[in-house]
Design a protein around this ligand. Structure first.
Ligand SMILES: [Zn+2]
Length: 423
């Protein structure tokens, strides 16, 4: 199903650009695409700038996000050689700010240029591209394109030989509850005895994709299941998982579950991706409360699932204000920060990847958690070396052990502080 991602409030003002492209025999023709989408009238003479570009691949489409200094009108046309040209009036772009050198999904290349006061973003599409939708967003200012893929009737390309996968360490359904009804809340406040693990993404939200085709959602789940077993077997805690298979779980249900079972910690497990395939390393996040960060939030990869599920959110300052007021009262920031440091330290020691540090960022999934919560980015699936590690069962186990040790260190320190050690 195609998610509705046009804000209701905006729909009257603009029509999403929607055209069939690259129909047989038409690909060389200049297709006049008169469509334009307006979010707010561009202020007269206001110089604008393209500040960046993100391209992400999903199962059904490839997303191209052109980040702007200010919201703006844009037009789309087709060039003689069949590329899409996104034209932004009264706007400048430096070629390095918006370019893509290697294919991502159905987008094979992106270049840009400033011509006569207009920014041109040229998008070259692969054969798999079908049609597209584009729209302008106000908060943050950006133009958001979805380029839909043709359904593949052919078999998917042969995957590289699967690494010998141990049977999933936790196979049986029900071993880790995934519903609040399956577990009784425990209310011993001084002891950490219930931990909620959230394997990032799942189902139609694949997360990032590695150069060899590994999906973030799969490696997130593999490592999470291993971590779950370690926590249960070695620490004796109850582990609740937001998913134990490839199902889609709504963002609000993830924290909702953790709250419903009075989890003492929320561990959101992800892996990272950027366009630059050389980038690698480990980073751990906890929630931020700065307004500036919220403005950046919609551009953070891990928030894309949430935004797809809540299309009106980013355009609605009221929802941001509401969340900021919640955050202002967040009593778990200090604990979250300590938990993040414990896990980051152990991950670096054990996995020996580049230490990218503990960071703060606004992750929508962590909002509303009534407990200390962190988001782990164990490694970069966009980096070939790290993708190989991430799909290796022995390495997955090592990663799970590192997170386990971090949680254990935090738990020991917390319980000592609360005087409940050695119950
Ligand atoms: Zn992720």
């Amino acid at each position: 199903m195609k998610p509705n991602w046009t804000g209701v409030a905006e729909r009257k003002k603009m029509e999403p650009v929607k055209r069939q492209i690259f129909e047989a025999g038409r690909s060389r023709r200049v297709i006049a695409l008169a469509a334009a989408a307006a979010l707010v009238p561009a202020a007269a003479h206001a110089a604008n700038r393209v500040t960046g570009l993100t391209v992400r691949n999903y199962t059904d489409y490839t997303a191209v996000i052109v980040k702007l200094q200010k919201p703006s009108l844009f037009k789309v046309s087709a060039t003689k050689d069949g590329r899409l040209a996104v034209v932004i009036e009264n706007c400048a772009v430096s070629p390095s700010a918006a370019k893509l050198d290697k294919p991502v999904g159905v987008v094979t290349k992106i270049t840009s240029a400033t011509v006569k006061g207009r920014a041109y973003i040229y998008v070259t599409l692969g054969k798999g591209a079908k049609n597209y939708e584009g729209k302008a967003l106000k908060t943050p200012p950006q133009i958001f394109f979805k380029i839909y893929k043709k359904p593949t009737t052919a078999k998917p390309p042969e995957k590289r030989p699967e690494p010998i996968k141990e049977k999933p360490v936790v196979a049986a359904k029900g071993e880790f509850p995934t519903s609040a009804k399956e577990i009784k809340p425990d209310a011993t406040p001084t002891i950490i005895d219930t931990i909620c693990i959230d394997p990032g993404h799942g189902g139609r939200f694949t997360g990032a994709e590695g150069p060899d085709g590994s999906l973030e959602k799969d490696v997130n789940l593999d490592i999470s299941l291993r971590l779950a077993r370690l926590l249960r077997d070695k620490l004796g805690v109850r582990v609740v998982m937001t998913r134990i298979d490839d199902s889609h779980v709504y963002m609000r249900d993830r924290t909702g579950l953790a709250n419903a079972v009075n989890a003492d910690l929320f561990i959101d497990l992800h892996n990272n991706a950027v366009l630059n395939a050389k980038v690698g390393g480990t980073e751990t996040y906890f929630l931020s409360q700065s307004w500036n960060d919220w403005e950046r939030a919609a551009t953070i990869a891990e928030n894309q699932d949430f935004l797809a599920e809540n299309p009106n959110f980013a355009a609605d300052p009221a929802s941001l204000n509401f969340i900021l007021s919640l955050l202002a009262q967040n009593e778990y920031l200090q604990e979250s920060s300590e938990l993040a440091h414990c896990c980051q330290d152990k991950l670096i020691k054990k996995l020996d990847l580049r230490d990218r540090g503990v960071k703060q960022a606004p992750f929508f999934v962590l909002v509303g958690c009534e407990m200390p919560s962190i988001l782990l980015e164990i490694a970069f699936i966009s980096n070939s070396n790290e993708e190989n590690l991430l799909t290796n069962p022995a390495w997955q186990q090592k990663a799970a052990e590192a997170v386990f040790e971090g949680i254990k260190k935090y738990k020991d320190a917390y319980e000592k502080k609360m005087g409940s050690r050695g119950r």
